[in-house]
Design a binder for this molecule. Structure first.
Ligand SMILES: Cc1ncc(COP(=O)(O)O)c(C=O)c1O
Length: 382
């Protein structure tokens, strides 16, 4: 049998933890009732499971249970936050029409905001510094009396850098501007207490924290009004219609607990492995770390490599290491994030993102470094 591929793409997705799979198990076929069926006992049991999961998620993130709105993932949470806030402003007869985000955001933020910019809102996409971080003075200068919202991610999905979200939240709060934070890559990986930071809207994804795919959360702070983006039922305080996926919700709650429990130890261990990987790659010459000077996730390393063609490099590694050139959601195109740091399209195309995870071992890191070194040497010789 061929050697298994070394999985270093944990920012695309993580494996669902076996304990999470176990927690979900009874809710598929044994206790399968609809939690909205309040007229019978199985339905009430399902509803209780949902509410218990909501309480556990709220406790883990330090918010009231009423803040937790279940969605199908961070993409939907972002859409609900951004389009929901804009539409609520229109419905309330408000005059704020200006939106701000960063050029290095995920497509799940950029695309809904660009959609809004085609429907009566104006959008500022702020450039980021070569480190990948926002320039706070530049952000401050971009704020206008009619700015409705700033959206900035906590941790970047490609280069792992951590934006100064506390400072951004403060700038927004002082001016009555809403702050949305896409925390899909951050929750369960870095300490994050959205209510204490003054974040109005925060998006979470289950499958980035060793939970199931197809479930996420939008945290909505008290007093923030959103227009629903899905119509067809009164679930989730009327904000998100649709039958609640009980197994996924139960799984998300367990995954979050597990991720919060081992977060610190995992980050310490993975930072050491990540640094070792960088040491090995840096020895190859002509390997550059993207987002080098910024605070970052412990499990991320992103590099671009001189003298190789990105596609050929990916092809050479494919059988041995699962890594990606960038976001899983914009495959094929040179990364807009790396171009926002100032890389050319060609440089961005020769990038590799390593996302380490809970199961990553030291011997896997050595084997991955060996594979990259061999591929780079071959390609450079050719
Ligand atoms: C920063 C960021 N936001 C949003 C998403 C989308 O999350 P989901 O797959 O839960 O819709 C991702 C996933 O790649 C992400 O990395």
């Amino acid at each position: 049998m061929a050697d298994p591929v070394i999985y270093l793409d944990h920012q695309a997705t993580t494996p669902c933890d076996p304990e999470v799979v176990g927690a979900m198990a009874p809710w598929w076929s044994e206790q399968f009732a609809n939690p909205a069926s309040r007229g019978h006992r199985p339905g009430l049991l399902a509803a209780a499971a949902v509410e218990q999961a909501r309480e556990r998620i709220a406790a883990g993130l330090g918010v009231p249970t009423s803040a937790v709105v279940f969605t199908s993932g961070a993409t939907e949470a972002n859409n609900l936050a951004l389009k929901g806030l804009a539409e609520a402003e229109l419905q309330a007869g408000g005059a704020r029409r200006h939106l701000i985000t960063l050029a290095s955001e995920h497509r799940a933020v950029l695309d809904p905001l660009r959609y809004l910019s085609r429907h009566g809102f104006s959008l500022t996409e702020l450039p980021v510094q070569p480190s990948g971080l926002v320039d706070l003075e530049r952000l401050q200068a971009a704020l206008r009396p009619d700015t409705l919202l700033v959206s900035a991610m906590a941790a970047n999905n490609e280069i792992g850098v951590l934006q100064p979200i506390e400072a951004i939240a403060r700038l927004c709060r002082e001016r009555g501007i809403r702050f949305h934070c896409d925390a899909a890559q951050a929750v369960g990986h870095i300490p994050l207490q959205p209510a204490a930071l003054g974040i109005d809207l925060l998006s979470v994804s289950g499958h980035k924290l060793y939970g199931p795919k197809g479930i996420g959360v939008l945290l909505v702070a008290e007093g923030v009004h959103l227009a629903p983006q899905l119509h067809g039922g009164a679930q989730e305080q009327g904000l998100r219609a649709g039958t609640l996926p009980v197994p996924l919700i139960v799984g998300l709650a367990r995954a979050l607990e597990l991720a919060l429990a081992d977060r610190e130890a995992r980050a310490t261990r993975l930072a050491a492995l990540r640094d070792r990987l960088w040491q090995r790659l840096n020895a190859l010459d002509g390997v550059h770390r993207n987002g080098a000077d910024a605070p970052r996730l412990a499990h991320n390393l992103n590099v671009w490599i001189e003298g190789v063609d990105g596609n050929q490099l990916q092809r050479a590694l494919r059988q041995v290491v699962a890594v990606s050139g960038g976001s899983a959601c914009s495959s094929g195109q040179p990364s807009h994030v790396l171009q926002a740091l100032g890389l050319t399209r060609r440089q961005a195309a020769a990038a590799l993102r390593f996302g380490l995870g809970r199961g990553t071992t030291a011997s896997e890191i050595e084997a991955a470094a060996d594979a990259v070194a061999a591929a780079v040497q071959d390609l450079r010789r050719a």
